[in-house]
Design a protein around this ligand. Sequence first.
Ligand code: SAM
Length: 345
Amino acid sequence: MSGRERISQLRGAIATTRGKHGAARLLAISDSRSLVRSLFLASMAETPLGLALVRPVTLDELCARTQCTRPDRLQAWLDVGVEAGELRMRSDRWQAHGRRARAIAEGDAIITAQYRSMLEYQSGPYAHLGALLRCQPGEGRLDLDDYAATIAEVSLAAAPFIEPFLHEVVNLRHPVNALDVGCGTGVYTRALLDADPEIAVVGIDLPTDVLDETRSRFRSDGYGTRVTLAVGDVRAWEPEAGTQFDLIILCNNVYYLPPDERADAFGRLRRMLSHDGELVVISLTRPGSIASAHLHLLLSCQEGEAALPARGEIERTLAEAGFDVVASEMLVPTEPFVGVRARSG
Ligand SMILES: C[S@@+](CC[C@H](N)C(=O)[O-])C[C@H]1O[C@@H](n2cnc3c(N)ncnc32)[C@H](O)[C@@H]1O
């Protein structure tokens, strides 16, 4: 680089950072670099390209695997990955290189779902905020219908905190049977089954395709008749006549119920509990973190009246439905993420 180029670059850099918003411009540059990395990783997670990059592949091989008819665009996408440090190119072969890219290429379900969700439903409420602010009451997005599988997978990130809490409840209460409301991937159905070899669990949820996948995983993992999965809305579903549950869990889904329907739903569940049975409600609450404010915005932009419960609201609603709250614990460091245990009062 010539001395003249260096001086002219330096002048440009000084002009960029000088003035009232100089520091803001630098922060914006850094943010846009992070955004490009996130978008790149999200597109890796959203397409078959992610898994294909687990080992070194040529452009032709990638084109063949992904039915790509525009190698020029694929080449441009690969260049972004290399510049971001997420891909490595050697001898005309590309491979996932950064930690996050490797996790996606190796099929890590949680990281893949987190990045995929950025493109699928996390950015929509921000991109379309103007229109969403002018909607009529009750109108909004249909993310739960459109992205059911990703939504269920994203919540797996909380499993390391929720599983020990559920194990403790099972060890204390020794339930013979349990109901997992809104079971999604079945991660907590499995936590209950694994906590006690005697327990049988019924899981209910809304989307048939998510339930089909969860059912086939339980079948291939050999859980047999200990687990039964059924399509059901907690506001209307009835167990088989005569069935009462010793334990009912609602993990990461109470916020989909409109606030004024929660006491009724808890009351219905209370009637399904055996004498001295226990209801466990686990949820992020608000306020208290960026994640909680972000999830509340996503929820408030949905059709209907989804909303993250305020701190203490779950406990109050349970009391309104006739429960005695026996414990309320914060489960996740830095997040207002609560686990509430309640018994039929
Ligand atoms: C964020 S996912 C959580 C899944 C699982 N409980 C977990 O924590 O991994 C929320 C789930 O609740 C389900 N759900 C939402 N409203 C429901 C309702 N009214 N009745 C039954 N399930 C519902 C959704 O379909 C979705 O699978």
